[in-house]
Design a protein around this ligand. Structure first.
Ligand code: PLP
Length: 489
């Protein structure tokens, strides 16, 4: 068969009408501006009506729909029902409040389109620049390495993997975990984030490799108990490998004694990892940075930029002190990914520091945020949130019907409504009801947890839109609803 030039109708995903697409793009920007500007006046959250739930049952579209119709459907069914974390009275779980510039960064990154797995592009240089900025923010030395990842869980996996490979005493990448002579042990406080359990399960070491060390009355790791656990494990023929210090626990915000853990790791020859997903960024806050001193000495550090830097999801970062070890844990070069002296492949492969191959251009939103505000302002905002958490703590302590349930270390306040005379289980149902009614009325979003066996409500103030008056309102409303539930049920 010979090649014949024929007329075929070739298709593309580009808009048929660019002018219309541009107009809708502008509408989306206008919508986003209005939404963020007016966010304070809307409910934190609202339940979705049945029609909205049913909208998401629609089957796979087989034929096209005009963009204006799609946008109209999204305005009706998607945009009014967010989680609520951009609202000034969202203090649930632990996450950032997002930012308009960050959203623009997401959009620009997607339209720029680069794959940050590697390649000789300006985006690649920006990725490295931002990683270097984060290293500077954390006080890590020149020559240490880092990688932007989707979030803290992945950042911890990166650190714990490098630790495993460094401490195993064999080539784990080649031989696998079964060949490790003695079982590796990792140590963390009993307040450690659940992602570490998942990480060790996935690393083939199993949940039992994660030793939960008891905490003191402030929910910080008991260093004496840590030393004892390490000694006992050595005596039992196990191989202590790594201590995970938590800089800001999810339950109460407690910051382990980082310097003491560092010193112990140095003495014992252990890998020193810090989970700084909540508190690492306290390092840039002028009034509180002493709380995390020693973090700059970590062998590996996980931090989250979609928390206190308010980058839109997803953005986390893993830093590793020893770049060669970091790279040795992940680098692999198949024949289809060889570097070249010139052209598009003439650059470091950024996926050599990471589990992903394709990587999004997360650096741009971070770069824009840091350029726009400067790191000092982020530091002040962190101080502001910590100040607000202590303000809330004061309101609770001054209120006879409220009990503070854990010391406020940084920005997480644990408390409960307690009218007196109720047992643990009644207090749990009463407070759960208060929390749910606050959410359902769109007033405020809190979460709950159980610390040292006692149920409590939890306000995690990682929010650049929160004002003290919001906290006044929280306490007034929690008290009002608590009274209603207690007397009327
Ligand atoms: C949030 C958090 C994580 C997990 O981070 P993600 O970004 O949600 O994956 C890990 N550790 C701590 C202490 C956290 O607060």
């Amino acid at each position: 068969m010979t090649y014949q030039k024929t007329t075929v109708l070739e298709e593309t995903l580009d808009p048929v009408d660019w002018t219309e697409a541009q107009a809708i793009g502008h509408q989306m920007i206008d919508f986003a501006v209005d939404r963020l500007r007016g966010v304070r006046d809307r409910p934190v959250w609202q339940e979705m009506p049945t029609a909205v739930r049913q909208f998401f049952d629609a089957p796979l579209p087989e034929t096209p729909a005009p963009l204006h119709e799609i946008w109209s459907d999204l305005r009706t069914n998607l945009m009014p029902y967010p989680m609520g974390n951009i609202h000034p009275r969202f203090w649930m779980w632990y996450m950032g409040a997002g930012s308009f510039t960050g959203a623009l960064g997401e959009f620009l990154a997607a339209s720029e389109g680069s794959n940050l797995g590697g390649g000789n592009s300006a985006a690649g240089l920006m990725d490295q620049q931002v990683t270097g900025w984060i290293r500077t923010m954390m006080g890590f030395p020149e020559g240490s390495s880092g990688t932007l990842v989707d979030g803290g869980s992945m950042a911890n996996i990166i650190g714990l993997t490098v630790a495993r490979n460094a401490m195993a005493g064999i080539d784990v990448r080649e031989q696998g975990v079964a060949a490790i002579q003695a079982t590796l042990r990792y140590y963390a406080s009993d307040q450690v984030h659940s992602c570490h359990q998942k990480a060790l399960e996935m690393l083939g070491l199993g949940n039992r490799a994660l030793v939960r060390v008891p905490t003191d009355a402030s929910y910080r790791m008991d260093i004496t108990a840590l030393a004892t656990a390490i000694a006992q494990d050595r005596a039992a023929g196990l191989k202590p490998a790594c201590v995970i210090a938590t800089a800001g626990t999810t339950n109460t915000g407690a910051i382990d004694d980082i310097a003491a853990i560092r010193d112990l790791c140095r003495r014992e020859g252990l890998w020193f990892h810090v989970d700084g997903c909540i508190g690492a960024l306290v390092k840039i806050a002028p009034r509180h940075k002493h709380l995390v001193s020693g973090i700059e000495d970590a062998d590996s550090l996980a931090l989250d930029l979609h928390k206190w830097l308010h980058a839109p999801f997803e953005a986390g970062c893993a830093l590793v002190r020893d770049k060669a070890r970091h790279r040795a844990a992940f680098a692999v070069h198949p024949e289809y990914l060889e570097g070249k002296p010139r052209g598009i492949a003439a650059a470091d492969y950024l996926h050599d520091y990471n589990l992903q191959t394709s990587r999004g251009f997360r650096a741009l939103k971070l770069w824009m945020l840091l350029r726009e505000h400067g790191v000092e302002k982020f530091g002040r905002l962190i101080d502001q949130n910590i100040g607000q958490a202590h303000y809330l703590t004061g309101l609770i302590e001054a209120e006879p019907l409220m009990t503070l349930m854990a010391p406020t270390s940084v920005n997480i306040v644990s408390f409960r409504y307690d009218p007196g005379g109720l047992d643990e289980s009644s207090l749990r149902s009463l407070n759960t009801e208060v929390m749910l009614r606050l959410q359902e009325a769109g007033i405020a979003a809190l979460s709950d947890t159980t610390v040292h066996g006692r149920h409590c409500l939890r306000a995690a103030i990682c929010n650049h839109r929160t004002r003290r008056e919001d906290l006044d309102l929280l306490i007034a409303e929690a008290k009002r609803i608590g009274g209603e539930v207690h007397t009327k049920g």
